[in-house]
Structure formats: structure tokens, C-alpha cells
Design a protein around this ligand. Structure first.
Ligand SMILES: Cc1cc2nc3c(=O)[nH]c(=O)nc-3n(C[C@H](O)[C@H](O)[C@H](O)COP(=O)(O)OP(=O)(O)OC[C@H]3O[C@@H](n4cnc5c(N)ncnc54)[C@H](O)[C@@H]3O)c2cc1C
Length: 361
């Protein structure tokens, strides 16, 4: 089959690799001059990434052993393995795999809309449009997904966070991520300091409004001077976002497959790409087969709704319950990519977590 993939990020690259490997004719269109630039990501992967079995050497920057959670009234320390990657090399790893399997890659090629049965691709250097007529179109074109919009199924109630981060220098515990919660620090999410090494880190945060204000405040409080700044939109999972319309499919940020609690989209997006490729190759129904990832996205969304309404006192209570009831151990046994066992075991150990359900309504 002739398949066009709009957006050569990691999710488009991985889907392209799997489909080309299965014998399909794949073309990747990327509107930037190169793959993996500009970077708009902290590059944290949970240990669930190991399940894909990919070699890490070409893009691994650091390995994290501990996550510290700071709230206005307390601190929690959790042993938690995470990988920190260089996003440019990470994206190139997947796209090169696709090209090695025979996929064609066109950079400086932007999807601009539909034309009858075809799609319009603009060569942004020569300012020339061409119409191509693939049998299948896959939109892996990020949070604002021009593909979903052109095919008329970008859900109107989708919401984005706006993330800002800087590369900073200082003295850091090299294998510890620090996260900062609280309505004065970062309403609705948390701020982070993610070390690349003992002298360099990625510091940032994401909110739905006024990200720049909170980011500037966070930088000032930590006496950080930005070496380089990156920013970008991150979608919140929307359960009603359709994943397929006719011969057009969505995956990754385009489909809002991002964990709403942490805004991590890499592992769920790669899982989604795997399921999508399998559905296309074997003729299965994507919307049905995606349930295993969808239910995790759903649970993250419910937890996010609760966290979003927590006040400073609630954060103190949460930390207290987690520490007193031994839930820290549960957090250490499972990755956040797999939230169901965490929530079930936490509720069995500490039923008072149920009190937070009031924030769902
Ligand atoms: C500040 C910040 C920090 C983050 N940190 C993390 C993290 O630590 N861990 C994590 O898992 N996730 C993180 N995320 C989210 C993560 O970056 C995304 O979930 C991930 O990039 C999704 O990959 P994707 O391939 O779906 O989309 P993208 O990586 O956005 O790739 C989409 C591609 O499509 C291209 N494109 C767009 N429009 C067109 C068009 N019209 N024509 C052709 N090409 C087009 C873009 O140029 C881009 O290359 C972070 C996001 C931000 C903004």
C-alpha cells in the first residue's frame, strides 16, 4: 500500500519503520529542514521504554535513579529509573530506521491541506505545491495536527499545555530528577529540574496559562541563567478525539496520546504507533485495538483532574498518606506508564485516597 506520513517526529518515524518493514511504500513528509530540530522536549523516558528493545547508545544522555517530589508542605523521594535522551538523536534514530527499510523522507515538505482525494504537499524551499494521492494518510504532526484539522476531525475541545524549559548550568545531583508542585510554583502541573550531568540540567515547567510568568519566577528562585530556551505545546489527552476518519489516521501528540499527569508522550506514542502499524498490516480496527493504551491515558486524565484541583494542604496530605501507608514502595515497583496497579495497590493500602475523588466532579 502507498502510505503518506505527515510529520517525521519519533512517532511518525517509528510507524514508518514498521510499515516499510512490512513491505508498504512509505513516504515521510517533514516541514522542518531536518529531523529532530528544533527540540521541544525534556527527553525523559520511563523504564517501560525497555520493552521496545531498542539500543539506547546513539541518543542516551543520562540515567536517573531517583525522583524527588517537593510540595509546599513536604518532600517525597522515590527510587525510579528513567532515561534522559537527546531528542534530536532520538528522532533521527527512528526516522533513519524507517529510511533503512525503504521509506522515502522529504524534509522542507509541508502538508498544507486536502485536494479532492489527494493531499497538498508544499516544498517550502522552492515554494511549489504538489498533490499526491496515497491510499493511507497518517498524521503524526504534533499537538496542532494540521492533518486532523484538514480532515475535519481535530476535536474542538482539545486543550494544550505550554511547556518552557532552559538548559542551565550549576551543581546537580546527576541521577536525581527534582519536581516542584504547588499552585504558586506551577498551577495544574509541576516544575522540573532534570540533570544531564552534575553540571548541566534541563529546568522548566508547563501550564495552560501564563507559562512564561511561572517559568521566569522558577528560574529566578533557583538563580538559573538560561543557556538555551525551548518551548512548545503539549496536548492533554482528550477521550473523544477520533483516531481515524476514512483513510486518515492519527498517532502521538496529533492524537493527544500524552499522559495527562506528567505530559510524557513518547512511550504512549510509540506504543500507539506499534498498534496502528499492526492494524494497517493485518486489517484490524485501530479504534478498537488501541484500548490497552487508551485506558491508561484515561486513568492519567482522571488523576490529572484531581491533581489540578489540589490545594497546598491537599499536596501535604497526599505526601503524608503515601509515606505513612508504604505507597512509596508501590511507586517504586511500577512505572507511571502503567498506572492501574499503582492506583489499585495505593487504594488498598490507604483508602483515604478516595477522599480526593471529590475533585472529579
Ligand atoms: C517542553 C516539553 C517537554 C516535554 N518533555 C517530555 C518528556 O520528558 N518525555 C516525554 O515522553 N514527552 C515529553 N514531551 C512531549 C513530547 O515531546 C511529545 O509527546 C512527542 O514529541 C510526540 O511525538 P510526535 O512524533 O507525536 O510529535 P512531534 O515530536 O511534535 O513531531 C511532529 C513532527 O511533525 C512535523 N510537522 C508538523 N506539522 C507538519 C506539516 N504540516 N507538514 C509536515 N510536517 C509537519 C513537526 O515539524 C514535527 O517534526 C515534552 C513536550 C514539551 C513541549
Amino acid at each position: 500500500m502507498d502510505i503518506a506520513i505527515i510529520g517525521a517526529g519519533p512517532i511518525g518515524g517509528y510507524a514508518g519503520y514498521l510499515l516499510a518493514k512490512a513491505g508498504h511504500s512509505v513516504t515521510l513528509y517533514e516541514n522542518h529542514p531536518g529531523v529532530g530540530c528544533p527540540i521541544q522536549c525534556t527527553g525523559i523516558l520511563t523504564a517501560d521504554y525497555d520493552t521496545f528493545g531498542f539500543p539506547l547508545d546513539s541518543y542516551l544522555v543520562n540515567v536517573i535513579e531517583t525522583v524527588e517530589v517537593y510540595t509546599p508542605t513536604g518532600k517525597l523521594t522515590v527510587k525510579d529509573k528513567n532515561y534522559i535522551v537527546d531528542r534530536t538523536s532520538f528522532d533521527r534514530f527512528f526516522v533513519e530506521k524507517a529510511v533503512q527499510e525503504g521509506a522515502k523522507l522529504f524534509v522542507n515538505n509541508s502538508f498544507t491541506g486536502k485536494n479532492g482525494q489527494g493531499i497538498i504537499i508544499r516544498d517550502t524551499v522552492n515554494k511549489e505545491d504538489k498533490v499526491v494521492t496515497p491510499e493511507i494518510i497518517i498524521g503524526t504532526d504534533g499537538p496542532l495536527s494540521p492533518t486532523a484539522k484538514a480532515f475535519n476531525f481535530y476535536h474542538p475541545q482539545r486543550e494544550n499545555f505550554y511547556g518552557i524549559q532552559a538548559t542551565v548550568e550549576g551543581n546537580f545531583e546527576p541521577h536525581t530528577i527534582k519536581t516542584y508542585f504547588g499552585n504558586d510554583v506551577c498551577p495544574g502541573l509541576f516544575a522540573w529540574i532534570v540533570p544531564e550531568s552534575s553540571t548541566r540540567a534541563r529546568a522548566g515547567l508547563a501550564t495552560t496559562k501564563n507559562s512564561k510568568h511561572y517559568f521566569d519566577q522558577f528560574m529566578r528562585e533557583h538563580h538559573f541563567v538560561a543557556k538555551e530556551i525551548q518551548a512548545g505545546a503539549i496536548p492533554i489527552y482528550h477521550p473523544q478525539q477520533q483516531l481515524q476518519s476514512g483513510n486518515c489516521y492519527l498517532a502521538g501528540d496529533a492524537a493527544t496520546y500524552v499522559k495527562a499527569t506528567t505530559l510524557g508522550g513518547l512511550v504512549p506514542g510509540l506504543q500507539q504507533a506499534q498498534i496502528l502499524a499492526d492494524c494497517i498490516v493485518k486489517g484490524k480496527v485501530y479504534e478498537k485495538e488501541i484500548w490497552s493504551v487508551r485506558r491508561k491515558m484515561w486513568l492519567h486524565l482522571q488523576l490529572h483532574k484531581i491533581f489540578r484541583k489540589c490545594n497546598d494542604k491537599d499536596w501535604g496530605r497526599l505526601i503524608h498518606y503515601i509515606e505513612r501507608s508504604g505507597v512509596t514502595k508501590v511507586l517504586e515497583e511500577h512505572t507511571r506508564d502503567n498506572p492501574f496497579p499503582i492506583v489499585l495497590k495505593a487504594l488498598l493500602k490507604e483508602p483515604r485516597f478516595l477522599l480526593f475523588l471529590k475533585y472529579l466532579w
